[in-house]
Design a protein around this ligand. Sequence first.
Ligand code: CAA
Ligand code: NAD
Length: 285
Amino acid sequence: MKFEKIGVVGCGLMGAGIAEVCAKSGFETIVREVNDELLEKGLERIGRSLDKAVDKGKLEEAEKDKALGRLTGTTDLEDLADCDLVVEAIVENLEQKCELFAALDGIVKKSGVLASNTSSLTITEMAMATNRTERFLGLHFFNPVPVMKLVEVVRTIMTDEQVFEETKELIRSLGKEPVSCRDNSGFIVNRLLVPYLLDAIRGLEEGIGSVEDIDKAMQLGCGYPMGPLTLLDFVGLDTTYFIANIMFEEYREKRFAPPPLLKQMVLAGRLGRKSGRGFYDYSKG
Ligand code: CAA
Ligand code: NAD
């Protein structure tokens, strides 16, 4: 099939990045948010990111204008009806995602493919909310989307082989590298990454080192680009908390259980960069 128009649902941290990459790569792109204020905020985020790319000499001004010309925002789900692919990037909550996919199934043309950017839910659970289980898969992008090369392409036992292969080809045309994953909570990356991040919080709780020293240790000792607590602030502590709960529920293994400090920080509104404070203070920019 030919992918020409791509819909993205949710224009937060991930949805904005996915929409930016699709528009930059030449696809007609439409992104949906729940209200005008959030839509405007998301589109501003994309505009700033494209401006930064121009400032850094990575993108021509004319290419930026073309990308913006291919991008539209909407609050109306019906506007996604003629999309060849819709990528969902809303909050990590099964009920909300299933409700959305059931609605999309009734709106998007029958030949359209539906995909979720979920971090930890199983694709099968969401596919079952639709009547197009063979045209449903996982497309797991990484944060920050414009920079990270990987996309996990996830098939369920119901996904059509041709749809799977064609979607992997589409991912390559977005300048990304696909890896094939079988549907399981956390796919490949989060299955390995999430226990590590949660262990860093447990280490902090146990007093193995300060926030700064835990991060410095993993950066300088293992060559990681960010220490685990910086990365947690970057991902969002609310999102990490949802992910940990989902993976713990799925596997019933302690390594996926959210540590009490994570829950306390989420309850206190310390969500990381997005709220101005997490393990670090970002309030002064
Ligand atoms: N948007 C676009 N470009 C960005 C960016 C953003 N948000 N943030 C950084 N960049 C670009 C910069 O412009 C810069 O480009 P050039 O080298 O061409 O100038 C490049 O990325 C490096 O940026 P910086 O020099 O500012 O900073 P850095 O060297 O510290 O790199 C980073 C920033 C790429 C984010 C790096 O720290 C990194 O790779 N961190 C780890 C990210 C990671 O692990 N992501 C996965 C999170 S888990 C996940 O996504 C899955 C899930 O389900 C939760
Ligand atoms: P976020 O909170 O930054 O953004 C979610 C956005 O979705 C919000 O702006 C919200 O208003 C919007 N939204 C909620 N319901 C909606 C609906 N019905 N229609 C349209 N918009 C709706 O969250 P995020 O970090 O972008 O995460 C989104 C998804 O991507 C989650 O499933 C998350 O697990 C996954 N993910 C996150 C990361 C990360 O590093 N944060 C990485 C990979 C995957």
